[in-house]
Write a protein that binds this ligand. Structure first.
Ligand SMILES: Nc1ncnc2c1ncn2[C@@H]1O[C@H](COP(=O)(O)OP(=O)(O)OP(=O)(O)O)[C@@H](O)[C@H]1O
Ligand SMILES: [Mg+2]
Length: 461
């Protein structure tokens, strides 16, 4: 027996079907898992929609009186989505009407199913749809309540990322240094910016410097600036990044790469709030908040004597550990959908993730984290041939439907393309690194890119 609580927690499912027998069958088969609201046509459907606000809808596209004309079904789809934007609509079409199903999806339907209705399959589709509906309603709830509002750019409602938000909220308005650690692509820079934007320094500069990307010889003057004539080539006086951040926030990215000699100098700056340019004679008073990021465990480097302990404690007054994407279950699909929306334009056909794509991205372990997800989705938007993004569009799975017709040449080309894409995505668009991993020369990789014309879709940023 269902308890009152179970009953309340059931999703409401509106079944729009003009065939009385089929409607009754569906109601019977689904009643245990859903609160089923049957409707035999547009009028009854609209009434139920207004009265009960269903979460899920199955919509027969070929409604009476003219079952071969889908225009009434499409009009109804439009009304449903206008009335309940979060409702997940599964369209039911005739067997040979895949194009209609695709059109419905490009107009906002969530998924489709062909007649004759297979109840087992329908249950799976509905289960996925309820899952996504719950995610999106929870996200909408968080946004309404204001909890999500502070961090418009950082998406996520997993407990991991919500914990990060709560720390940001607590520390942003203070001046304490923050150390953000996490794997590559987890959003460390985004978090550093959110800390800056949540502080009183918001209108002052946010100045990033990547300690790992600047040659050691130049790093000191890049950070601290130099006086004219301080060294050969120093033709004019130049301010460093620290000085540029006056009144604002300095973001020391990849701090683990800071050479030991410079660690001492940065430590001194953090202690004294004073800065001396290279070759300079006087110190300048500084008011700068420091946020640092590392994708390695700094504590371990301290233990190995590669990072100064005193500097570590200065930087990590507050530390934020960003969880890898694979540990943020619920966020993966949400983020994928958000990126799909972000990169879809009028020309792009891709409008939604196929059920297989949803399963695939949930199962994958995302070594490149959010950046990899964003890159894969951006590329899929260009590559998808219909409104539904398939796993292969995201660069997953060596074989897809296309290779089933035993065309060896095409299969080889597909595989070649896929490998090159995966390598480029993995290396964030760095062709040299991709070529190295593939065991190909750079020109060969360029040739393949040109052949398939794919650079736009995988290039970073
Ligand atoms: N929670 C999120 N919501 C939306 N976009 C995100 C989120 N996290 C990361 N991104 C996006 O993913 C990309 C990578 O994020 P970011 O540059 O902040 O990562 P990172 O941790 O600094 O990576 P790295 O260690 O490689 O420098 C960016 O395009 C960023 O906008
Ligand atoms: Mg970064």
């Amino acid at each position: 027996m269902l308890t009152e609580k179970d009953r309340v927690e059931k999703h409401k499912l509106l079944v729009i079907e003009d065939d009385d027998t089929l409607r009754a069958q569906m109601q019977w088969a689904l009643a245990e898992e859903y609160e089923v609201l049957p409707a035999d046509g547009p009028e009854a459907a609209i009434q139920a929609l207004l009265a009960a606000q269903p979460h899920l809808v199955t919509l027969d596209l070929g409604l009476a009186p003219n079952t071969s004309d889908s225009s009434a079904g499409f009009r109804l789809l439009g009304k449903i989505l206008q009335q309940s934007p979060l409702a997940k609509v599964i369209v039911v079409t005739g067997n040979a009407q895949r194009d209609l199903a695709m059109k419905a999806i490009s107009q906002g339907a969530h998924d489709f199913m062909a007649k004759p209705v297979d109840v087992g399959e329908l249950k799976i589709i509905l289960k996925r749809a309820s899952y996504i509906h719950s995610l999106e309603s929870e996200q909408a709830r968080l946004q309404r309540s204001g909890e999500g509002r502070d961090f418009e750019e950082i998406l996520g409602m997993s407990s991991g990322i919500q914990g990060v938000f709560s720390t940001i909220r607590k520390v942003a308005s203070t001046d304490v240094p923050v150390l953000v650690t996490g794997e590559s692509g987890t959003g460390k820079e985004l978090i550093a910016r959110a800390i800056h934007n949540g502080s009183l320094r918001k209108s002052r500069p946010f100045v990033p410097i990547n300690c790992g990307a600047i040659p050691e010889a130049l790093l000191e003057s890049e950070l601290f600036g130099h006086e004219r004539g301080a060294f050969t080539g120093a033709h004019a006086q130049r301010s460093g990044r620290i000085e540029m951040a006056q009144g604002g926030t300095l973001f020391l990215d990849e701090i683990a790469e800071l050479p030991l000699a410079l660690q001492v100098k940065v430590l001194r700056f953090l202690q004294d709030h004073k800065l001396e340019r290279v070759g300079g004679r006087g110190a300048i008073n500084m008011d700068v908040r420091v946020v640092a990021a590392a994708n390695k465990c700094l504590k371990k480097l301290v233990a190995e004597g590669r990072f100064r302990e005193d500097l570590y404690y200065r930087l990590a007054v507050v530390s934020i550990e960003v969880p890898p994407l694979r540990e943020r279950d619920d966020d993966i699909v949400l983020l994928a959908k958000a990126f799909l929306k972000k990169y879809s334009n009028e020309r792009a056909r891709a409008k939604a993730l196929s059920a297989q794509a949803v399963d695939t991205i949930k199962a994958y372990n995302w070594p490149g984290n959010v950046r990899e997800l964003e890159n894969r989705v951006r590329r899929a938007v260009t590559f998808a041939e219909g409104p539904l993004v398939r796993p292969s569009d995201l660069g997953f799975g060596p074989l897809d439907e296309a290779s089933q017709n035993l065309d060896l040449k095409k299969a080889k080309e597909d595989l070649e393309l896929k490998f090159v894409q995966m390598a480029i995505i993995k290396h964030n668009g760095n062709i040299s690194k991709a070529a190295e991993e593939l065991g190909l020369s750079r020109p060969t990789v360029h040739h393949i890119i040109k052949k398939y014309n794919m650079l736009e879709s995988v290039r970073k940023g």
